[in-house]
Structures are given as C-alpha cells and as structure tokens.
Design a protein around this ligand. Sequence first.
Ligand code: SF4
Length: 187
Amino acid sequence: MSKEITKRTKIEIAKSPAGLEGPGFFATKAEDVIGLARANSLWPLPFATSCCGIEFMATAAAGYDLARFGMERLSFSPRQADLLMVMGTIAKKMGPTLRQVYEQMAEPRWVIAVGACACTGGIFDTYSVLQGIDKIIPVDVYVPGCPPRPEQYLEGIMKIQELAKNESFRRRNSAEYKRMLNNYGIE
Ligand code: SF4
C-alpha cells in the first residue's frame, strides 16, 4: 500500500514480530504448509457409474480444466488417491465394492457425493438402489443436482480444498474421528 493511501485512510500497518519475516523468508506453521500442499495436489478417484460421470468428464476437460486445481492426475487405484468422488447411481450390490475402495484409501482421505443419486438415491427410490452413499461410508461434501453442472463440481472440490487446508494433524487420530468410522463399522 502506498504511503499516500496509508496517510489518506489513516491505516497503520502493524509490524510483524522480529524473526517471523524478512527478505526472502517468512515463518509459518508446518500444519499450514502441509494443508496448503494437500489442498492443491488432491488425487481424485472418480467412482463414476452413470450420467454424473459424463458431466465429470466435462469438468476435467479443457473448458473447465481440473488441472487448475492440481487435480489432473486422476487415480484409478485407491491406494494412490485421497479424494473419492462418487458420481452416479449406486446399486446396493455395488455397495460393498464402494466401501472396499474407501477402506483401501490411505488417510487423510475425503469423499464427495456428486449428484442426487450418490447423495440420496435420486429418482431411483427402488429396492435395488442405495439411498445415499452415506449409508455405507462417511461423506465430507454433497453436491446436489441431476446432474450438477461442472461449476457445482468445482464448488464441491473447492469446499474439499478448504477442509484439507484447515484440517488439524490430530483430527485423524482423534477419538471423535475413530468413533465416526466405528459407526460405519470401519476400523
Ligand atoms: S443424479 Fe441424475 S444425472 Fe446423476 S447419475 Fe443420477 S440420474 Fe444420472
């Protein structure tokens, strides 16, 4: 901010404490730096079973460009993914497979339920369709729509980035987190 503006608006810039910043460096917390790195290098596993998956392809392609979020490296191996994106109708028969994929992902892992079907079963209120993936695995962000537009996918992804950026190192080892997994029967 120029001296002129500072003078006119009477804003005083506080000086940072000695040793926290200087030419070419500033001090911060490891948690903040690692959170920033995690948030901007998410490796998504697209679990796409129907129409919502097609919309995801549009989100990943040049027009919306998922690479802007450091997410162009899609992973089809759960062990090399940290963001499970469930997009499409999940039949009850498919539930155990989805759960196995989730269990094979290493911590920290996040889950987005994309579209009405993944969130709630959508229009398929039938005996064969799972009425929401949160019946079998924990979900961090829900993206509504049938299908959602790519902008909604991106908004959901940015919400996950916020979670990743601000998550404490201790959360995954906390009794509360373990209790939540135990509620799903996951060790
Ligand atoms: S929410 Fe709509 S668009 Fe998405 S998978 Fe279900 S029926 Fe298809």
